[in-house]
Every structure is written in structure tokens, then in C-alpha cells.
Design a protein around this ligand. Structure first.
Ligand code: GYE
Length: 311
């Protein structure tokens, strides 16, 4: 019996996976939730996950990947801070036969054969959903829009701009008057919004589009401090669906958000397990949903339901 138990324990051990996760940092509430969910989803599957926080720097991500390769992990999750500059390090992982799965952001299309699959939303579609909501809400009134972009060079920043621009393009009454990066953080969102208000005059701004909710929360603060009424005088639409934006909606200070699940690791772990254990090759893209919420959707109820999602 002891022998059998030992053999069983040995077998179980051999089957459990060790995965390295090169995380960007904790710039937003969504990102922090993604990290929490990653730990939970690993635990559920008996996977050991090693998380390296890159503090927003690609060079730290490259170092982390090299260290995961040196440790001989079974797989690597990568949330790429920017879209370019991954070729050589991902080739090193491929040479070591360690599958890489992208989480929540893409790399340049040229790098397609350097990763197993990508778990992301359709970030062009997110921008389109946000822009379409705005065109419907504004109707044919003239509307000057300011935009807070995500991190420069991040696939999601490029794409969220692209989708939004495409949605408003046929509407001559809607004009994008200012657009600048707020790096996905509350502090920069607030700072950039303050400069927009100064440059345009608060009353000349009809709507704010932010590539994430955290920047919008900062922008809402800036508008209030300038004596403006976000959600009433100035429309807001952003992306992520973090709990605090629902609080703002409930207070009448925000109008709309596009939801992004923080559970990108769950599907990634499943794909990795199936690949390692059965040789199943996943589709190149595992797409998550993009759902619009507005202040009409019982924001406090949504706020409360977010609590067990890593927030
Ligand atoms: O929307 C934002 C974050 O890459 C999808 O990064 C992610 C984005 C997310 O910091 O809040």
C-alpha cells in the first residue's frame, strides 16, 4: 500500500504544472483583479503560478521570461505591455519548447507563430461599442469629445482608439478635439483631464472617452473639482467595468462602460493543460466578451456582483 501511495503521489506531482506569469504591473483596478483571479484559477487547477510584476517596463518582462525559461517552467503567460519588441525573447522560449500564452494584450501580427494562443477581448470592438453608444446618446447635437488613451504602444490603446474613431467617423456633429495618453492610471487620467479642461474650457466639452475606467475615475474627479457635472453636463464612456465606475454611475457621475472579464488566466490554463496533457492545439485567439453597461443597468447591483470577481 505504501508503495502504491508513493507511486500515486509521484504521479500526481509529475502531472501538476508550473507556470510563469509576466504581469505588467498594477496600473488599474482591472489589472489588480486579473492578478488575483490568476492566483485563484491556478489554485483551482493545482497549478503552481509564479508571478513577476514588471512595473510597466518591457525590459523587466523580457528578464522575467528569460528567468522562466532558465527555470524550465511548463508554460509562460505574458501580458505584453507594448505590441513590439518580443521577437528574440519569444524565440528563446520557443527554442526551449515552452509554450507562451498572451493575456489581455496582443503583440504585432508578425509574431503570431511565437505563441500558442492569446486570450483577449476584441479591443477594436470595445472602442466601437463605446463610440456607438456615444453616437446614439448624442443624436444630431454637436458634440466635442476628449479622449484619454491607454499606454502608448499597447495593442489595446491602438485598437480602442481605432474602433471608437470608426464609430464616430460617419457623424460630422461629433468631433474628437483632444486625445492624449493617461497611461491607464487614475492619477494621469485626472492630470490630463485637468489640462483638457484648461485648454478647451470645461463647458465646451460634451463627452469624455477613456480607454479604461480608472482614467475615467480620475477624470470625473478633475471635472468635479472644476465645478462641472460629469454624467450630466459631460457624458462619460469608458472600458473595463471595474466596481468604482458603477459607484460613479449610481451617483449619476458616469454614463457607460464596456465590460472586460478579469478572468483571462482560467481559459489560458485550460488551453495549456489540454496542450501539455493531450497535445490539443487551441485556436490562435480565445476571445472574451465585450458587453455594454449604462447607468440604467442597476449599477449598485452590478457593483455588488463584482466583489467575487477578484475586485
Ligand atoms: O483595460 C486596463 C489595463 O490590457 C485589457 O490594461 C488590458 C487593459 C485594461 O490596465 O485597465
Amino acid at each position: 500500500l505504501a508503495g502504491a501511495l508513493l507511486a500515486w503521489a509521484g504521479g500526481a506531482q509529475a502531472a501538476s504544472l508550473t507556470v510563469g506569469f509576466s504581469q505588467i504591473g498594477s496600473e488599474s483596478g482591472w489589472r489588480a483583479a486579473e492578478t488575483t483571479v490568476t492566483k485563484d484559477e491556478a489554485k483551482k487547477r493545482g497549478i503552481t503560478v509564479k508571478i513577476a510584476d514588471a512595473q510597466q517596463k518591457q525590459e523587466n518582462q523580457i528578464k522575467a521570461i528569460r528567468s522562466f525559461v532558465a527555470q524550465g517552467v511548463d508554460g509562460i503567460l505574458l501580458a505584453p505591455v507594448v505590441a513590439t519588441g518580443w521577437d528574440s525573447v519569444l524565440k528563446e522560449a520557443r527554442d526551449a519548447k515552452i509554450p507562451v500564452i498572451l493575456l489581455d494584450r496582443d503583440i504585432d501580427p508578425a509574431g503570431k507563430d511565437l505563441y500558442l494562443t492569446a486570450v483577449t477581448s476584441d479591443s477594436v470592438e470595445e472602442g466601437r461599442v463605446a463610440g456607438t453608444w456615444l453616437t446614439k446618446t448624442v443624436g444630431d447635437k454637436p458634440c466635442n469629445v476628449v479622449e484619454l488613451q491607454g499606454t502608448v504602444g499597447a495593442s489595446v490603446a491602438t485598437n480602442r482608439k481605432k474602433g471608437f474613431d470608426a464609430a464616430i467617423a460617419p457623424h460630422a456633429n461629433i468631433k474628437l478635439v483632444r486625445s492624449q495618453t493617461g497611461d491607464f492610471t487614475r492619477a494621469k487620467g485626472k492630470e490630463v483631464m485637468e489640462s483638457f479642461i484648461k485648454a478647451e474650457g470645461g463647458r465646451a466639452i460634451c463627452a469624455v472617452y477613456a480607454h479604461n475606467d480608472d482614467m475615467m475615475v480620475g477624470a470625473i474627479q478633475a471635472m468635479k473639482e472644476a465645478g462641472l457635472k460629469p454624467g450630466k453636463e459631460i457624458l462619460t464612456v469608458s472600458i473595463d467595468a471595474v466596481p468604482d465606475i458603477f459607484k460613479a454611475m449610481a451617483a449619476g457621475e458616469a454614463n457607460a462602460t464596456v465590460e472586460l472579464t478579469p478572468d483571462m488566466a482560467g481559459p489560458a490554463f485550460d488551453a495549456l493543460k489540454a496542450y501539455k496533457e493531450k497535445g490539443t492545439v487551441p485556436p490562435k485567439w480565445i476571445q472574451t466578451e465585450s458587453k455594454l453597461y449604462t447607468a440604467a443597468d442597476d449599477p449598485m447591483k452590478v457593483y455588488n456582483s463584482k466583489k467575487n470577481l477578484g475586485y
